[in-house]
Design a binder for this molecule. Sequence first.
Ligand code: ACO
Length: 389
Amino acid sequence: MSTITNELQIYKGLEGIYADTTTLSNVNGKEGILTIRGYRLEEFADKASHEEVIYLLLYGKFPNKQQLKSFVEKISHLREIPEITINLLRAAASAKNHPMDALRMGVASLSIETGEIFGDVGRERNIEVGLRVIATLPTMLAAFWRFKEGKEAIHPRKDLSHAANFLYMLTGQEPSSARERALTTYLNTVGEHGLNASTFTGRVIVSTDSDLISAVTGSIGALKGPKHGGAPGPALDMIFEIQELGGIDQAEKYIRTKLDNKERIMGFGHRVYEVRDPRAYVLSHAAKDLFQDRQGFYEFVTAIEDKVIKLLEEYKPGRRIQTNVEFYTALVLHGVGLEPDIFSSIFAMARTSGWIAHDLEQLENNRLIRPRIKYTGDFDKKWVSVENR
Ligand code: ACO
């Protein structure tokens, strides 16, 4: 939405503004096409390992066999977290912090081992730091979650994939291949998505010649909010609340009540997409596979989706509010066996490689990001001492 103030065009929320160019991804909001490094999302998301996608984001192409082997080995050796981080996460768990706050503090604590870094330390050094963040974030999250449950943390394993190792550290058990695949597909699907709020935050931070750890820390803070990464938990609540009320026949009344109360329906609407989010397409297929054994559940969820879309068109005609990535994220992550409180942190785990790839791209051709803001307050007021105010 843009408004004109004294002949100045104001783009509230920077909507529609292009701040730079990128070779990372193209978000085609009109047709619902997401292209990552030249590949349509549907081309690889449910086939590639997450390590291949991290490589694609950082180096611009999928690795060959040898490159993948050494990359996987490299990441798996970076998974252990420092003692000081473990202690911090234990304290965050006893303070009942939100997992996103725990992750933000955990990632920030990695500065203890990097020492002083400022922006332009070279691409290789930055990739080293970035890979350390990518490799340790799942370890931090699993450790924090276990501390919260009064359990001890489990050391990472080097022989498991990014997704399988995370689920192993969380539960103490190797996941089934179906769960490993579903989580991997999720991580691949949401790894990169243009200049969203958290990615923008990171680019702003590195543009000042700060450092990568500060940038990821800031990105996590931006992702925490329900308008960005915090929606899937409430989306899942809605599905179960409708189920408890008696099933699909109760959906319309339930959704109408929310809309009448001016509440937003989580998992719907997007700043860029005017059609169904392509990530919802990939994740709905992953959810269908995952819920094969739970008869009628997948169909129940798609029927809720249809109802919400119909009612949003009635309440907000012409707005084209469609399903976004978070609706089916909720379903896939639930199917993987995860609890809603951890969903936004799994999103952070996935998006870290996208953030870092953007931060590196920003540094390659850096210009300080510094927009302006139009002052609309008073001028020429006079100082009055406190006794006379
Ligand atoms: N439910 C009900 N109404 C909605 C919804 C929704 N999910 N989304 C938008 N609207 C309505 C707003 O109430 C507003 O109506 P009004 O102008 O009559 O007041 C209008 O549509 C436009 O809303 P904005 O917030 O201005 O649009 P914006 O482009 O900023 O919205 C957003 C994007 C924040 C994602 C919004 O659709 C929303 O809040 N959705 C629910 C939360 C959600 O699912 N977040 C995850 C987004 S995906 C991601 O970040 C990975």
